[in-house]
Structures are given as C-alpha cells and as structure tokens.
Design a protein around this ligand. Structure first.
Ligand code: ADP
Ligand code: MG
Length: 318
C-alpha cells in the first residue's frame, strides 16, 4: 500500500509542464498566469464507477475518459484547454492502479498540452472528478443560446457507437473492440470547436444523447428543431452491430457518451462549416434545421415522425 503522498508524487512526476503554471502541484493551491485579455472557460465532470463506465473498464481508459469528457465541454465552447485539476476518490491506495490511470490521463493531456496543476486524493468508492480550464477570446465562445430559426443543425463524427458498445456489454454477447474503444476513449473535438468559434451560432457536446442534448441547445436558444435520422452518418461497426434500423436509430438518437459536437450555423455558412470539418480532420454532417416551436422532432427521410424509446440519459429518472 502506498501512502497518499506517494500517490500524489506519482501524479506530480508525470504532469505536463507549461510556462504559464507559476506554481503547480505541491502547495496549498496552484498559481496560473492566464494571457492578458483572454476569458477563462471552466468545466467540471465526474465519473463514478458503475454509472459512467462499465466495471471492467481498464484504469488507463478511466484516466483518458475522465479528462476527455471535460475537454469535450471545452471543445463545445470553442475554447483552447490549458490546465486541469483532479479529485480522486479511491477504494484503496494502489500504485499500480494509479500508474495505469495516469497512462491514459497523461496520454490525452500531452496531446492537448494540458497541465494538471492540483487536486485532491481521498479514500472512498471509485470516483474521478476533473475540472478543466481553457481560454477563449472575448465574444468568441460557442454557447447554447445562439441558434436562430432557419439555421442548419450539424453533427460531427458518427453518433451511436459508444451506446452500441454499452448495449453489447450489457447484453453479455459478442463485443466489437472498435465500438468499445469509442466508449472508453472518446475523442474530444477540440480542433473542430476552435474552427467553429465565430462560425457556428450555437454548440453542445453530445454526452446524454443527440436528441436530449440538442433539446438543451434549443431550450437555451428558445427555438425548436427537426432532425432527419436517415441523414445521420453510420459507422461500419455500428451498422454491423445494429443491422435493424430502429435499433440503430435509437442508439444514434438517444445513446449517450459519444462526445461528438452538435452545432448550428446559418445556411449561408455551409461551405465554411464543411471546410472547418476538413481543417479539423473530422466529418461534419448536416442533419436538420432549426425552427420555431419548442420541440426537437425526429423524422425519417420520408418525413414520418419517429418517437424515441427513451429520451436520453437522465441520472434521476428511474
Ligand atoms: P492540502 O491539504 O493543502 O489541500 P493535499 O495534501 O490535499 O493538500 O495536496 C497536496 C498537493 O497535492 C496540493 O498541491 C494538491 O493540489 C495536490 N494534489 C492532491 N491530490 C491530487 C491529485 N489527485 N491530482 C493532482 N494533484 C493533487
Ligand atoms: Mg493546504
């Protein structure tokens, strides 16, 4: 058994160095030097064992995902990540677990030059809470309240893969590792978020399911939306896992954990949005339109409405 300070030392030894960290892990608090004139963007998300990841998730994947879901929130704001803090509740002080966790956490932190500058380590049921800090120029942040009637609705990547992995895991049958990787190691769409700042009218990342998260965006903007489910891009892995159209629709429209971006933009910016996707190296697809009213309506290519079997993941609904 390692002591708390041994664990913290293991964490400190691996963190990314940045010139704007005046004082990192080791004092009572961190000292950070934000660039003059930038706005600070702050996001916090917690992962609890058995709720936010399957019990058999590898420590490295938990580490990756804990940071990824927070960077995804910064991406949805059009921010550039800079720093993070980490609160760890661990059932045992296990250096092997910590080293595995850090393998995933640091791999993603290094990719995006994010310095871990502090945190807290306690004993308790496995729970990981990260706060991510990013920067954005004033007035450039992507928000939920900018969608306008007539705007296009877009989505990045291929939604539904993470939900398919979770469904396979729950069913206990055959599992596709490619889908599982989408659940365990989501890709925060940071480059896309940056490209969309000043171009998209509103944005949100998809954590609870496309329809549920788009509904949050619509509520924020005081509008409604109609989504064409047959316009959603389907990955080969998802098509193989869910050949039945209705199952696939449910996974794509209501499955959580994709961490893709759903965003809106004026129709006269279509070319620019496609270029933004190219520039960011991710597929972006136009899937619907913002309208009046307060609802998100999902239809097929034939225009027939489709009702989801459940509206999205809500921790407090049964
Ligand atoms: P204090 O009692 O003053 O809050 P702690 O013993 O909790 O100090 O933490 C000591 C130092 O280690 C602090 O700088 C804190 O931010 C850092 N730290 C503790 N746990 C973590 C963690 N899980 N990840 C990163 N830094 C941590
Ligand atoms: Mg102290």
């Amino acid at each position: 058994m390692a002591g708390e300070f041994d664990l913290i030392e293991r964490i400190r030894a691996r963190t990314v160095a940045r010139g704007d960290v005046v004082l990192g892990i080791g004092d009572d608090a961190a000292l950070l030097q934000p660039p003059a004139g930038q706005q600070l963007v702050v996001a916090m998300d917690t992962l609890n064992a058995g709720v936010h990841f399957p019990d058999d998730t590898a420590p490295a994947d938990i580490g990756w995902k804990a940071l990824a879901v927070n960077l995804s929130d910064l991406a949805a704001m059009g921010a550039t990540p800079a720093w993070c803090t980490l609160s760890l509740s661990l059932p045992a002080s296990d250096p092997v677990w910590i080293d595995g966790f850090l393998d995933g956490f640091d791999a993603l932190a290094r990719l995006h030059d994010v310095a871990l500058v502090g945190g807290d380590t306690t004993r308790g049921p496995l729970s990981v809470c990260v706060t991510a800090f990013g920067l954005v120029a004033p007035g450039m942040a992507l928000r939920r309240d900018g969608a306008r009637i007539g705007d296009d609705v877009w989505v990045s990547g291929t939604p539904g893969d993470a939900a398919a992995a979770l469904a396979q895991w729950s069913a206990g049958g055959p599992r596709d590792p490619a889908l599982r990787a989408r659940l365990d190691r989501p890709t925060p769409r940071l480059a896309l978020g940056l490209q969309l700042a000043g171009l998209a009218s509103a944005a949100i990342d998809i954590s609870d399911g496309l329809l549920a998260d788009l509904a949050h965006l619509c509520r924020g903007s005081g509008v409604g939306a109609t989504i064409d489910l047959d316009a959603l891009p389907v990955s080969d892995a998802l098509r193989a896992a869910a050949p039945d159209r209705d199952t696939r629709r449910a996974l794509q429209a209501t499955g959580g954990d994709d961490y893709e971006l759903c965003f809106t933009a004026s129709p006269d910016r279509r070319g620019a949005v496609l270029e933004a996707g190219d520039g960011a190296g991710v597929e972006v697809t136009r899937i619907g339109r913002i309208g009046s009213g307060a609802e998100v309506i999902a239809v097929g290519a034939d225009g027939a409405p489709w009702t989801p079997p459940r509206a999205g993941w809500d921790h407090f609904s049964g």
